[in-house]
Design a protein around this ligand. Structure first.
Ligand code: GDP
Length: 679
């Protein structure tokens, strides 16, 4: 018969993992009693071991859900805390210590917590039972305890003593039963006493005749009756349960009053009664449970079909799928991130530099107009050398490598946030970290390589006629873009102030400027000149120009700007003309056309840099990253990490939940069916 309880306890623990639906609740025995009524001693007598927290300082602060599992075949006795995953604990002192720690972790200010501690005890000496030990009722709270403690304890007990649970009301025999908190609470929850068993402890402390009377004719009659016990630890040196029970046995044998009255006394009798009552209640609830599980299972099956089309997944398969799709996308990405794109980027960067260099060295100098005719002049040759040096020495190696790395990482980040990895911030950060690490380990050698290979270009650049033509073309387009920009700047100044007003202002500036130049020439004949001219525009004072209002100030500032732009535009036009001229059409005259020559240089630098960046950096990265991901993220994950990863994705989490729920309920149903057949 006792198979039923065992199976149903299994079912109960399975159902617990599914949900807390009260329809699916199987009965437990809930132990209540006042502090020091002997509650712990009774439980320990049933288990046959001392294992509960001891001490005066409210040591039971959380419900202890105790599952006893009778293990017929194995002599091994041990406990397990399924919530903690500590594995088997054979030492009951260690179980006691763990329970004490878990209880005392509830702060004094709260004193009790409704969060249960689960404990399973496996032993050939225990019956199959599920028991819940609760904090003992208190009369008054002590100074450092919260004033609501009494109420809190009684509320917590009220939750547990509801149907379908069985109440074990523990009362000390030497205390007036009318004062028993346990009986008071149980009568409220179970007025007819159908599911309450009374336990009178400390039978040794009262007169045996009185004890018998209390057991047989109690003030509060219970259908399931009262059992008297003596569980005085220390009676036999608090040794194992068997010794305790022998001491108890000896006590009842030495007082014939109990036997004569045929009173229910002794822990073995209590144990048997508990087993019987639990079995009966479980059996009674069986049909209800089968119905409820069937309904839940139907629901789970329906959900699984409708939402997931009966498709099974596992956390492992999800991880594998995620990693595979990542690798596929990465592969596509490496193809996309090809040389032409990288070259474009590096060239664009270099072109910006060329623009800045040309502007500084050539275009802001009106004398550049003379360039085509006098390009053999050593002044211009020196300038050209300097320009070359400033481009090749500007850290092209580091800048281009860094540029490629930045773009690569940006693209990686984008790739990783665009799909399912959006759900996995930790994995994403890890992949980014791998990427960073790989790239960083290659950074220095790559930069060195690039710098070394571009060194020869610091001195001269050879080029074919075709390369020259392309250089001219790019230089022309660079100049055209710059020209267009300057012209439109000029135009916008004109439209802001009106052409006529602007012209008048410009004339005024030019007049002041001419006078200043003449004065300078008079003072120092050998210096000054065209370049100095632009300086005097800037220095013409407000008074000289007759500026009075703020509006005038703005006008003159813009007029100066316009004047500068006009000169700039005409220089650019000159340079464009030169580039389009026959002279710049052939590479033999390359030193006369610095813009084109710089473009040729930039192209060579780009080509060389990108080639080495590919060999040293990108190919390595493309090769190493998928392996790193495989090793560290795919094969390197523990079961717990796999679960965590899969559950990070809400869709997968739900899918797994429904699937697991269905599987558990199916297992439960199978167990219940086999029981039904036997019953
Ligand atoms: P709890 O607070 O309800 O868990 O009570 P305990 O089990 O810790 O017992 C309270 C005190 O009563 C302890 O000092 C026990 O040794 C003592 N005690 C428990 N059962 C008996 C018993 O049957 N006879 C006697 N004389 N003392 C007992």
């Amino acid at each position: 018969l006792m198979v039923l309880t065992k199976k149903l306890i299994e079912v109960r623990n399975l159902l617990k993992t599914v949900n807390n639906n009260t329809n699916l609740q199987l009965p437990s025995i809930v132990v209540i009693g006042s502090q020091s009524s002997g509650k712990s001693s009774v439980l320990e007598a049933i288990v046959g071991h001392e294992f509960l927290p001891k001490g005066s300082n409210m040591v039971t602060r959380r419900p202890i859900e105790l599952t006893l599992i009778h293990s017929e075949d194995s002599p091994d006795e041990y406990g397990e805390f399924p919530q903690l995953g500590l594995g088997k604990i054979n030492d009951f002192k260690k179980i006691q210590k763990t329970l004490t720690d878990l209880n005392l972790a509830v702060p004094d200010s709260e004193c009790v917590s409704s969060k249960p501690i689960e404990l399973r005890i496996y032993s050939p000496n225990v019956p199959d039972l599920t028991l819940v030990d609760l904090p003992g009722y208190i009369q008054i709270h002590s100074r450092n305890q919260p004033p609501t403690l009494k109420q809190k304890i009684s509320d917590l007990c009220d939750v547990y003593i509801k149907e379908p649970n069985i109440i074990l009301a523990v009362c000390a025999a030497d205390v007036d039963l009318a004062n028993s908190e346990a009986l008071r609470a149980s009568r409220k929850a179970d007025p007819y006493g159908n599911r309450t068993i009374g336990v009178l402890t400390k039978m040794d402390l009262i007169d045996p005749n009185e004890a018998v009377l209390k057991l047989k004719n109690p003030d509060f009659p219970l259908q399931l009756g009262y059992v008297g016990v003596v569980c005085k630890p220390g009676a036999s040196n608090s040794g194992p349960g068997q010794a305790l029970i022998r001491a108890e046995d000896a006590f009842f044998k030495s007082h014939p009053e109990f036997k004569n009255a045929n009173a229910s006394v002794g822990t073995p009798i209590l144990r048997n009664r508990l087993m019987k009552v639990l079995e009966e209640h479980m059996g009674r609830g069986l049909y209800r449970i089968v119905d409820a599980v069937e309904k839940e299972l139907d629901d789970a099956r329906y959900q699984f079909k409708v939402h997931y089309n009966d498709r099974k997944i596992s956390p492992e398969s999800y991880v594998a799928e995620a990693m595979d799709s990542l690798k596929t996308r990465f592969k596509a990405f490496t193809k996309e991130f090809g040389k032409p794109q990288v070259r474009d980027q590096v060239r664009t960067m270099l072109e910006e530099r060329i623009h800045d260099i040309c502007e500084e060295v050539y275009w802001n100098d009106p004398r550049v107009a003379m360039l085509p005719k006098i390009c053999a002049d050593p002044v211009w040759a020196t300038r050209l050398d300097l320009t070359f040096a400033s481009l090749t020495k500007s850290g092209v190696g580091r800048a281009s490598v860094q540029l490629v790395i930045d773009t690569l990482l940006e693209n990686m980040e984008q790739m990783l946030t665009s799909d399912q990895f959006a759900h996995h911030p930790e994995a994403r950060a890890q992949i980014m970290q791998f990427s960073n690490d790989i790239l960083r380990s290659k950074l220095h050698t790559t930069v060195d390589q690039v710098e070394n290979t571009i060194k020869p270009y610091k001195f001269e650049v050879e080029c074919t006629e075709q390369e020259w033509q392309e250089g001219v073309k790019r230089a022309t387009s660079l100049l055209e873009t710059t020209l267009t920009k300057s012209e439109s700047d000029l135009k916008s100044i004109k439209t802001t102030f009106g052409r006529r007003r602007l012209r008048t202002a410009i004339k005024q500036i030019q007049k002041v400027e001419r006078e200043a130049a003449a004065a300078a020439a008079f003072n120092d004949d050998s210096h000054g000149g065209v370049i100095g001219g632009s300086g005097s525009i800037a220095t013409a004072s407000a008074a000289e120009l007759g500026i009075e209002s703020e509006r005038d100030a703005k006008l003159f500032a813009s007029a100066r700007e316009a004047l500068k732009l006009q000169k700039y535009v005409s220089t650019l036009q000159g340079r464009l003309g030169a580039l389009r001229s026959r002279q710049c059409g052939v590479s033999a005259n390359k030193s006369c056309c610095p813009e084109a020559l710089l473009e040729v240089l930039a192209d060579k630098l780009t080509y060389t840099a990108v080639m080495f960046i590919y060999v040293e950096l990108l190919n390595e990265f493309f090769f190493q990253l998928p392996r790193e991901v495989d090793n560290k993220l795919y094969y390197g994950l523990s079961r717990a990490q796999i679960l965590k990863f899969a559950n990070e994705n809400p869709t997968v989490r739900k899918h797994l939940e429904v699937q697991e729920r269905k599987a558990t309920l199916e297992l439960v149903m199978e167990k219940l069916r086999s029981l039904n057949r036997k019953h």
